[in-house]
Design a protein around this ligand. Structure first.
Ligand code: AP5
Length: 209
């Protein structure tokens, strides 16, 4: 099954993808994670995108499409994938049509006030990338990952000014994809508010239909 996760920043796409991958036996491909790994490793791509990401803007389409194209040639994608954070513009969606078909596009519907609270409280493990929230999903020990004891940090783009830019960018460049995929008949919109287990249940029910 080939799934796209769509929704505003902080809607819970990464959290639900992490919960869903085991049951579905599909790789979770997050363009944000791929770019963050490039930044961490100091690759030429990482150096190009570091500033753009920290400010909350989008990486140019050509670079992003190339990254996804390469990732979708790996062997683990034979049975499908969950693409989280791609496409994010109409040109990216058009490019994806030339790379692979898509079965369902899952749109996580969450109001702005909730996503701002989720992003401001997000903490991520520097070592394994596990996502926490200081109130909603706190680690057992403050600042420390439950899985591997790694340090929890705040993403540069989870600071107030960048959150504002990301929400504006989402409205202008990504939200039009809701109508775009709606016309194609592949769109499933689910309520992204509630505990992660509840949202996961809605997601599983929607894709079974
Ligand atoms: P990316 O990493 O994709 O960021 P995003 O889309 O803004 O999404 P987030 O990762 O912020 O949020 P999420 O929906 O995954 O929420 P999460 O599960 O973490 O992209 C980062 C940057 O990379 C972009 O700004 C851009 O620069 C670049 N980029 C990436 N893809 C690109 C593309 N295609 N084109 C161009 N540029 C691209 O949850 C958020 C918080 O909420 C967490 O703390 C979590 O614990 C909590 N939470 C989650 N679910 C719940 C719940 N149900 N209840 C309560 N709390 C919850």
């Amino acid at each position: 099954m080939k799934l796209i996760f769509l929704g505003p920043p902080g809607a819970g796409k990464g959290t639900i993808a992490d919960l869903a991958v085991e049951a579905l036996c599909l790789p979770h491909i997050s363009t944000g994670d791929l770019f963050r790994a490039a930044v961490k490793d100091g690759t030429p791509l990482g150096l190009k995108v570091k500033g753009i990401m920290a400010s909350g803007g989008l990486v140019p389409d050509e670079l992003t499409i190339e990254l996804v194209k390469e990732r979708l040639t790996r062997r683990d994608v034979e049975k499908g994938w969950i693409l989280d954070g791609f496409p994010r513009t109409v040109p990216q969606a058009e490019a994806l049509e030339g790379i692979a078909g898509v079965d369902k596009v899952v749109n996580f519907d969450v109001a702005d006030a909730i996503v701002v609270d989720r992003l401001a409280g997000r903490r991520v493990c520097r070592a394994c990338g596990k996502i926490y929230h200081v109130k909603n999903m706190p680690p057992k020990k403050e600042g420390v990952c439950d899985v591997d004891g790694g340090e929890l940090y705040t993403r540069d783009d989870d600071k107030e000014a960048a959150i504002k830019v990301r929400l504006e960018t989402y409205r202008r460049q990504t939200a039009p994809l809701i109508e775009w995929y709606g016309k194609k008949g592949t769109l499933l919109t689910i309520d992204g508010v509630g505990a992660p287990a509840e949202v996961l249940g809605r997601f599983e029910k929607a894709i079974r239909k």
